[in-house]
Design a binder for this molecule. Structure first.
Ligand code: BG6
Ligand code: MG
Length: 245
């Protein structure tokens, strides 16, 4: 019988909204305000469809939910308005808004020589990272201004792996959105869903969050129904090193 495939992880790529910080609720509140103004009923469940995708595509879905059709110019005005409300929330963020366990886990990864980056569809990614004091922690940041195609297209994750200089098959991605999991899988990366099994059923493994998470714990998780095992370090590392990590 064929054993599991071993994946040697040399870089971790983090989605931003809903993974490092809880900005997903700010996006929701800003979209909800816009929807209310347009007379569109918009629930948190509807908002799941907007996670991970671009600003303009989010508006297209919102208008589709409301059965509305407007001009491109009006759409641009609405996305600008939504973004102003969203940025107001972001400007009030501080270091305390980094989600529990994220900073410790980043430190552990970096102390073991694992490269770390952010790959976010958001054009506000740099601003958010600045607000919460993480801008200098990551080796690279790929954001919505640097790519043409939004998640579920793999472009942003491939951009990130090339910025880090680590092959896609040696990257592991943390994502809270179904579109992001699909994008990372299409990029050929190992995926970890952050959140609930219900919306992230296609992820290779799931964690509820980063609180208390260690490299050791992550490696002991079941990946893709046991068909993949992960180790941190290079392929030619000896077994002893893999064990230490
Ligand atoms: C993603 C969020 O990270 O960024 C989406 O999950 C959001 O909800 C998208 O629409 C684009 O963000 P921004 O900040 O460019 O409007
Ligand atoms: Mg997200």
């Amino acid at each position: 019988m064929k054993g599991p495939e071993f994946r040697h992880i040399q870089a971790c790529i983090f989605d931003l909204d809903g993974v490092i910080v809880d900005t997903a609720r700010f996006h929701y509140q800003a979209w909800k305000k816009l929807a209310d103004g347009l007379g569109i009923s918009f629930s948190e469940e509807d908002n799941e469809r907007l996670k991970g995708i671009s600003r303009m595509e989010s508006l297209e879905i919102l208008l589709e939910i409301g059965g509305m059709s407007i001009s491109r110019a009006e759409m641009a005005e609405l996305t600008d308005q939504k973004n102003k409300w969203y940025v107001d929330f972001v400007r009030a963020m501080t270091e305390d808004d980094v989600l529990p366990g994220v900073s410790d886990f980043l430190q552990e990864l970096q102390s073991h020589g694992v490269r770390v980056s952010v790959a976010s569809a958001s054009k506000n990614a740099q601003l958010v990272l600045q607000q919460v004091g993480l801008i200098d922690v990551f080796d690279a940041v790929s954001d919505g201004r640097m790519v043409k195609r939004a998640k579920p297209d793999p472009e942003i994750f491939l951009h990130s792996s090339s910025q880090l200089g680590i092959p896609a098959s040696n990257c592991l991605v943390f994502e809270d959105a179904a579109a992001g999991i699909e994008a990372a899988q299409r990029a050929g990366m190992v995926t970890v869903g952050v959140g609930s099994e219900r919306s992230l059923k296609d992820a290779d493994a799931i964690i509820p969050g980063f609180a208390g998470l260690t490299i050791h714990q992550l490696c002991s998780k079941v990946f893709r129904n046991g068909t993949i095992e992960i180790e941190f370090g290079k392929e030619d590392d000896n077994a002893e090193k893999a064990k230490i990590l």
